[in-house]
Design a protein around this ligand. Structure first.
Ligand SMILES: [Zn+2]
Length: 298
């Protein structure tokens, strides 16, 4: 059976897996991203993860990265997501210097999560779905069984985290103001809480204090309304078979999931026909999807 390496490059950590043709993870490796050390440090850490997983018979490497990704070149374009100094990096070029004989494929991180879900997860039996990932940032992917991932003319398609949710709102790392990412990512809930209470608290703490702390409830209710509005827009633009929600914020879903679905059902002009589903692969989606890209392209 063929084996490949799948890498999930995130703003905080790099997760790698040695993965077979059926999507089984045979071995794992992890490093902090080290983005404060700049591009060279991040590349060094990725290489260490690959080194740890590399063995006889590995036929390809796939990597999911934040940012606008030119998949043909394997390069990050002018927006590098939540890794500072990442824009412009030719990831494939840099990795190929070290791993010369192995084909390397680079894709946007939300797109690899969608590929994982379409292969083995919540999207397995769907002909079309939109994936949104609520994590450090907010990623988006547009998938149809017929055409696969929609990349857009300039490899900047499906950047659903940068749809404007609040005109002239919070400043976004992308240069715009009021992007959905600023209201729906894990950090956004922390921002809501800070605005309401004047105190800093970790996202998980805010979620676990929903019943106990009035300000936590308010911060989360704001998030629930914002996510509901956002889902209605997505449904109206694409009319997909489903919207699959993934990313770290999903781990706290017992607090908000039913309330968001309720908001969506009550406020969408035609909520039926598009199911809202939780992703089935959370922490492993990036590496499995990245592995699938390598498997499909070698
Ligand atoms: Zn933005």
């Amino acid at each position: 059976m063929k084996k490949v390496i799948g890498i999930d490059l995130g703003g905080t950590s790099i997760y790698g897996g040695l993965i077979d043709q059926e999507g089984n993870i045979l071995k794992r490796s992890m490093r902090p991203t080290g983005s404060s050390g700049g591009r060279e440090q991040v590349l060094h850490n990725i290489k260490e993860v690959i080194d740890e997983l590399l063995e006889e018979g590995v036929v390809g490497i796939g990597l999911g990265s934040p940012g606008f990704i030119h998949t043909e070149r394997g390069q990050v374009l002018e927006v590098g997501g939540n890794i500072s100094g990442w824009a412009g990096t030719n990831i494939r070029g840099e990795l190929s210097k070290e791993f010369r004989d192995i084909p390397i494929f680079i894709e946007n991180d939300a797109n690899v999560a969608a590929i994982c879900e379409s292969w083995l997860g919540a999207g397995k039996n769907l002909d079309s779905f939109i994936m949104i990932t609520l994590g450090t940032g907010v990623g988006g992917a547009i998938f149809t069984r017929e055409s696969g991932i929609w990349h857009g003319k300039n490899y900047q398609g499906a950047e659903l985290g940068h749809i404007i949710l609040y005109p002239h709102g919070r400043e976004c790392g992308c240069g715009q103001k009021g992007c959905a990412e600023q209201y729906l990512a894990g950090r956004a809930i922390e921002k809501n809480y800070l605005e309401l209470s004047g105190q800093r608290l970790k996202g998980e703490m805010i979620f676990s204090n929903y019943q106990l702390d009035e300000k936590a409830k308010e911060a989360i209710d704001r998030f629930i309304g914002d996510l509901g509005i956002y889902l209605i827009s997505i449904k109206n633009i694409f009319d997909p078979e489903a919207i699959i929600i993934g990313g770290g914020v999903i781990n706290s879903r017992e607090v908000w999931w039913d309330r968001v679905i309720d908001y969506y059902n009550k406020n969408c002009n035609s909520p039926k026909g598009t199911e809202i589903l939780p992703a089935q692969f959370l922490n492993n989606a990036g590496m499995i999807g990245a592995a699938k890209i390598a498997l499909d392209n070698i």
